[in-house]
Design a protein around this ligand. Structure first.
Ligand SMILES: Nc1ncnc2c1ncn2[C@@H]1O[C@H](COP(=O)(O)OP(=O)(O)OP(=O)(O)O)[C@@H](O)[C@H]1O
Length: 245
């Protein structure tokens, strides 16, 4: 592996190993299908799982796929990265973008688009012999979702580090839940990983962007706020996912 990943143990691999150990994310014999949007989070997820595959004692397989949303993205650099990492990669065509933004002219496009993308990723994984699907959600996603849920649904909730989907007989895992977005940005730059431009018309104008800005503002006076919010999640919301033995 050409890139110098050893410099990122503290901010990337240690939090990933902790998430895997605490919630049973990577287990012997797993075949993990990675949802690769081409953005920074899933691209680093792809790279870091390839490193863990070579460095953890647990034997597991990985494959990657991208759901093409119909915006003529160029997958050349990601194809080359997958080749470099010896990860089988497939692009699955779809017309999710035009359906959500043109045909349906959705007022709140993000949830429909996310549901359709998730469906396409899960169908592909189930058809390609994967027992798990890995997504690139990180620590900031966890706490922003917590705030959205609190402010707009009136409940304390966020997504899970591991979730079993009985209909598809698949387990969704989120190995980056303890990795901060700022670290992802920095590490992706240092490792010179390819990033695809996000062609989504809603990018930067979502509810999530508002919570992100709010947390950034609060963090100016309270620098440990992200870690404390995350502690509240692990100690109150995610206890049922914890592996105790
Ligand atoms: N088009 C896609 N094809 C395959 N997987 C996807 C696609 N879009 C999203 N995913 C998966 O779902 C995760 C969450 O999607 P979301 O749109 O919130 O991405 P994001 O936070 O912008 O992350 P990224 O930087 O990886 O794009 C991604 O990290 C990725 O693992």
């Amino acid at each position: 592996m050409k890139r110098n990943w050893r410099a990122y143990n503290k901010d990337l691999f240690a939090p990933m190993r902790r998430a895997s150990r605490d919630y049973g994310l990577i287990e012997a014999g797993d075949c993990i299908g990675i949802g690769l949007s081409g953005g920074k989070d899933s691209t680093l997820l792809l790279y870091s799982l390839a490193v863990l595959q070579k460095t953890l004692p647990t034997p597991f397989q990985i494959k990657a796929m991208s759901v093409d949303l119909g915006w003529e993205n160029d997958y050349t650099a990601h194809r080359a990265l997958c080749e470099e990492l010896s990860i089988p990669f497939e692009v699955v065509p779809s017309n999710i973008g035009p359906i959500v933004f043109e045909e349906r002219q959705e007022k709140n496009p993000c949830s429909l688009c996310a549901r359709m993308r998730r469906g396409a990723v899960n169908n592909w994984a189930a058809a390609n012999g994967c027992n798990k699907v890995a997504l690139g959600h990180h620590l900031d996603d966890v706490i922003e979702t917590l705030l959205m849920s609190l402010f707009f649904e009136g409940r304390l909730h966020t997504f899970a580090p591991r979730a079993y989907l009985s209909r598809a007989d698949l387990t969704v895992i989120r190995p980056l839940v303890f990795v901060k977005e700022a670290d992802i940005r920095r590490i992706v730059r240092k490792l010179d990983l390819p990033i695809m431009h996000n062609a989504c018309p809603a990018d930067g104008f979502t509810k999530r962007s508002e919570e992100k800005a709010l947390i950034a503002q609060l963090a100016k006076d309270n620098p440990g706020i992200r870690d404390r919010m995350m502690h509240a999640v692990t100690s109150s919301l995610w206890t049922s996912y914890q592996i105790t033995s």
